[in-house]
Design a protein around this ligand. Structure first.
Ligand code: FAD
Length: 288
């Protein structure tokens, strides 16, 4: 497939990149790893007048710990996120989730900012942002603004980014000590986008009741879904398979997934119910 003609720009600063976006007045696209953008451009599903390549913009790449958060430059490659010692130490669930993103060749080019800006509802990273209190920094003609994950993801492939804004960094909260985690997804083949996926964090009190629980699902709606009601219901409970099954059944009823060529809504709801009970059991099994 051949793309429609487009101009290519490789700005060397953030302000230059933003000025280019302004100049094209919504007709240009930011190019990060190109793993989602180039297929749609090559298939002429998108016909941007220009691509603004962020590769030459300094300070958009890197990972650092800042207090109780890990901060990622938007251009940090998936593979760097997956392998970073900061991630393996403080956010092991993120390292695990990254291993499900496409294949190594895709993870070697794709970026954390690109995945989050693309906002595919079946993608792992938006759900991890929901689970780990993701905070987004956006830069545009009027300066910088910060958004929490629930304000950033608006709908299918739609975020709060304005046409001349660039996502520059994302931070995830480091879970408190004693937090246990589990991540699972069901896909047709390894490397495919998930039909349904889930991440969960739990923390047990000294008396082995649940002090805290967080659950985020993907593939079950237009944006990642946090199960706040289930999380509240879990607090104070003893980890117990029957209790988890009850909470999973109730949570499943609250979901409203879509049917598509890959799976029916009913199938997705059934998978979600099963995964909720399974990951909760996995996070707490040492106490069972
Ligand atoms: C075969 C295949 C399988 C895949 N499987 C998975 C999978 O299982 N899970 C998954 O999550 N992903 C999957 N992907 C997608 C992959 O993770 C992409 O890397 C990711 O979706 C987009 O990141 P990118 O850096 O390539 O962004 P690009 O493709 O360059 O950009 C994607 C979109 O985000 C915008 N954008 C990018 N960066 C910024 C920024 N900093 N600020 C503002 N806008 C920005 C672009 O303008 C574009 O609209 C797959 C891709 C392929 C080709």
């Amino acid at each position: 497939m051949k793309p429609a003609p487009f101009a290519y720009h490789r700005p060397s600063s953030l302000s230059e990149a933003i000025a280019l976006l302004l100049r094209y007045d919504g007709e240009a696209k930011v190019l990060a790893g190109g793993q989602s953008l180039m297929p749609v451009v090559n298939m002429r599903l998108a016909r941007p007048a220009a691509l603004i390549d962020l590769e030459g913009v300094p300070d958009l790449n890197g990972i650092r710990v800042d207090g109780d958060r890990v901060v990622f430059g938007a251009m940090t490659r998936h593979v760097s996120v997956e392998r970073a010692p900061e991630v393996r130490t403080h956010l092991p669930i993120l390292a695990r989730a990254m291993s499900y993103v496409g294949h190594l060749a895709i993870r070697s080019r794709g970026t954390i900012g690109g995945s989050l800006a693309h906002a595919d509802p079946a993608a792992e990273l938006p759900a991890l942002a929901a689970l780990l209190d993701g905070q987004f920094t956006l830069s545009g003609p009027n300066g910088e603004r910060a958004l929490g994950w629930s304000d950033f993801f608006l709908s299918y492939l739609t975020t709060a980014l304005e046409p001349a804004e660039i996502l520059t960094s994302i931070s995830f909260a480091i879970p408190p000590p004693r937090t246990r985690w589990s991540f699972r997804e069901v896909a047709r083949r390894h490397g495919d986008y998930a039909l349904v996926g889930i991440g969960a964090l739990t923390r047990l009190a000294p008396d082995d009741t649940l002090e805290d629980a967080r659950i985020a699902l993907f593939g079950v709606g237009p944006t990642p879904v946090r199960l706040h009601d289930a999380e509240r219901a879990l607090r104070g409970q003893r980890p117990d398979a029957a209790a988890f099954a009850g909470i999973a059944a109730e949570a499943g009823r609250s979901l409203d997934p879509d049917s598509d060529v890959h799976a029916s809504a009913g199938y997705r709801r059934d998978v979600a119910r099963t995964l909720i009970a399974r990951v909760l059991a996995e996070t707490t099994e040492h106490a069972a």
